[in-house]
Design a protein around this ligand. Sequence first.
Ligand code: DOR
Length: 445
Amino acid sequence: MNKLLIRGAAVVNEGNIVPLDVLIEGERISTIAPAITVSNDMEVIDAHGKHLLPGCIDDQVHFREPGLTHKATIETESKACIAGGITSYFEMPNTNPQTTNADAYAKKLAIAAETSWVNYGFMFGGTNDNLEQIKAIDPKKTPALKLFLGSSTGNMLVDDPKTLKEIFTAFKLPIAVHCEDEQTVKNNLATYKLKYGDDIPIEYHPDIRSEEACYLSSSKAIALAKETGARLHVFHLSTAKETALFSNELPLSQKQITAEVCIHHLWFSDEDYAQKGTHIKWNPAVKTAHDRDELWNALNDDRIDIIATDHAPHTIEEKSQVYTKAPSGGPMVQHALPVMLDCVQQGKITLEKVVEKMCHNPAILFDIEHRGYIREGYFADLVLVDTNQSQTVTRDNVLYKCGWSPLEGTTLKGTVTHTIINGEILYNQGVFASTAKAKQLTFVR
Ligand code: DOR
């Protein structure tokens, strides 16, 4: 059995930062101790001066396969994950075909089994008419159900109140929701179209996909979850107003209603539209600096539970069109952890909290088996980072199939040096292993 010893790193885990040695045997962590004796059957990584983190688990990515592979593939984007320290992901159902029945679900899993570089799970998509398929989901292999309560890329709006109530009542696993009130967005868009036609200045995006649209939809979803007892997870909060809908009174494992925030809503504000244009057009929209500040506060006081990317690549040609034609979304998995490491340097969050929100909490919230922590017996999904090493994002060094990043030109203090997945070093200071060792995620339910 392969033995790999990581020596002398500052191990960031379960609220502490402690210098420890970590021994991996095969796919799992076998021993964690202050000093492990080296033997000649061990490969050794000298990690003095670095921090060792559990691999990040991204609960929301769009990898576009099948059907939209001119934008991205499971292979290309999961490889970019490795360079960014993301060792597991949940991919979304708005592909083509949509992942809304057992057959499409099985086909997507088969593609991932062949090509994914990192551990994978797929959210099942709800529609106005697939309740029977939803009821047949395997809880041990499926992280959650995804519902678009506002339409975005892929036309997956679920807007029939009777169906929604049936789904919320019947489904016992987490229901992850995209919340933007459809009618509010439609009305706002019509107003701006009257004035500007298709070429609406991007600065109005947060007025079209407005605070009110977000709040109305997320508060409705929460009310329905309270009425039905559903386990609700609200994706990508973008407004200060919505943060008041969430509580920090219970530990995560006991919460019925939870929330996620995405890297772009923590990093950008409406002040960036002038420079970045439609490259930072997302649904929900990036909003004001005040909204961003309040998202940080809610993250740090535990009303927000998870940090994710909503990695959503489109080609640069698609993104460079006029407002109404430019699709929403942008790629992020390669730089999500470095962005957060930079935010640690800026004093916005502690490193322990980053690990809680990007590693531990996704594992708790979705009951992921034996991942998300640095623990003996757990899978060895690990990331070594150098918090002093800076990197500048350029079009030349992005790994995404779409070949661009909304962070181009940004220098981030914090770099992933090694990524280990299921006990194998897959990324070593810029060099990738030649084969992947990814597994389908399993859930203890
Ligand atoms: O900006 C977004 N893009 N938000 C979503 O909800 C979907 C995503 C996409 O798939 O492009």
